[in-house]
Write a protein that binds this ligand. Structure first.
Ligand code: HEC
Length: 152
């Protein structure tokens, strides 16, 4: 009896994990296609010399949590992807939730032959909070600088 229960529970956990994984992938896929594909292309290949690729991107592979902040706050300056340097600003996508960001990353991590696993949601939220604080610090500094100039 006890064993049957344990087996049933294990099966349930297995199926839930599996279907939850599928769902996060599909939601991420549809958001990707409607927002990110405009620049990074539906197949993640980017635009030669201008938009870096996500398919087979070593940057994506090695900067899993930073990518959450890039999606929300954007990025500018040099970025090296697979040995090539790109420098074209990407605007932040301000209206996606923490969960949607995780789903987008889970999609790009496992699409087009990428095999980068699933992002850790707890660490992703901590990272997003850190980036929010940093963005706020920059915003206040810029405002202080503006006021300093006005008072000169
Ligand atoms: C308007 C065009 C545009 C859109 C839309 C856009 N990006 Fe980007 N993305 C860029 C550019 C340009 C860069 C390079 C930034 C730089 O040079 O500093 C970049 C860089 C990146 C990088 C880091 C480099 C790499 O290739 O691994 C990731 C990851 C990324 N984008 C993911 C996304 C995701 C996910 C979305 C959708 C939520 C998205 N981007 C939407 C243009 C865009």
């Amino acid at each position: 009896m006890k064993i049957q229960f344990t087996v049933a529970l294990a099966a349930l956990i297995f199926f839930c994990t599996y279907s939850c994984k599928e769902e996060t992938f599909y939601q991420g896929h549809s958001i990707y296609d409607s927002i990110c594909a405009n620049c990074h292309m539906e197949d993640g290949s980017g635009l030669k010399g201008i938009i870096p690729p996500l398919a087979n991107s070593d940057y994506l592979k090695n900067n899993q949590l930073e990518v959450a902040c890039i999606i929300r706050y954007g990025m500018e300056g040099d970025v090296v992807v697979n040995g090539k340097t790109y420098n074209q600003p990407m605007a932040g996508i301000t209206y996606v939730t923490d969960t949607e960001i995780a789903n987008i990353i889970n999609y790009i991590n496992n699409a087009w032959g990428n095999d980068y696993g699933m992002v850790d949601f707890k660490n992703l939220r901590i990272k997003l909070k850190e980036c929010a604080a940093e963005e706020e610090r920059i915003r206040l500094e810029e405002r202080a600088e503006r006021i300093r100039k006005m008072n000169q």
